[in-house]
Write a protein that binds this ligand. Structure first.
Ligand code: NI
Length: 170
């Protein structure tokens, strides 16, 4: 699936909750996982492929030889977070080749529905915690560059506008 590049109004929208877990939604989550692995990336949110619904996919297993852990979260909610924080250099498939340090809670409790409609709960830390928060932000129209100062954010946005102009020219 084509991934939207910032700036795009669809990346700034608050997405609607999923009300029905249909075959189409399962297909969409599989397509999104494939798109994410192809990119390659560790997380992807539905609005990044132009679908304004509360669905994210992720797999933060990076070590060679470790079993992949494809994870689909429908209507994910952060129910608790630690006071301790973590700093990670973040990037985003909608903001290619741009990275910046973002501070977020180090540990979070999350609840969501899986593709079978079963309620799931888990605690995440490390890269997983950062990635889940980054992806849930996408569902609320928020990008990692929104955590940066205005100068840095504008610089990155201008670079992306230039990239999009170049892509449009082919
Ligand atoms: Ni992102």
């Amino acid at each position: 699936m084509p991934i939207l590049i910032h700036p795009d109004p669809r990346l700034k929208k608050v997405c609607d909750p999923v009300t029905d877990i249909t075959g189409d939604l399962r297909q969409l989550s599989n397509d999104m996982l494939e798109t994410m692995y192809d990119a390659p990336g560790i997380g992807l949110a539905a609005p990044q492929v132009g679908i304004l619904t509360r669905l994210i996919v992720l797999d933060c297993v990076k070590e060679e030889g470790q079993a992949p852990r494809p994870t689909v979260m429908i209507n994910p909610v952060i129910t608790a977070h630690s006071d301790t924080q973590n700093v990670y250099e973040e990037g985003c498939l909608s903001i290619p080749d741009q990275f910046a340090e973002v501070t977020r809670p180090a540990e979070i409790d999350v609840s969501w529905l899986d593709v079978d409609g079963e309620e799931q709960k888990a605690t995440f830390d490390g890269l997983w915690a950062t990635c889940v928060q980054h992806e849930i932000d996408h569902l609320d129209g928020k990008l990692f560059i929104d955590y940066l100062g205005p100068m840095k954010r504008q610089l990155i946005t201008r670079r992306m506008q230039k990239l999009k102009r170049e892509q449009a020219r082919g």
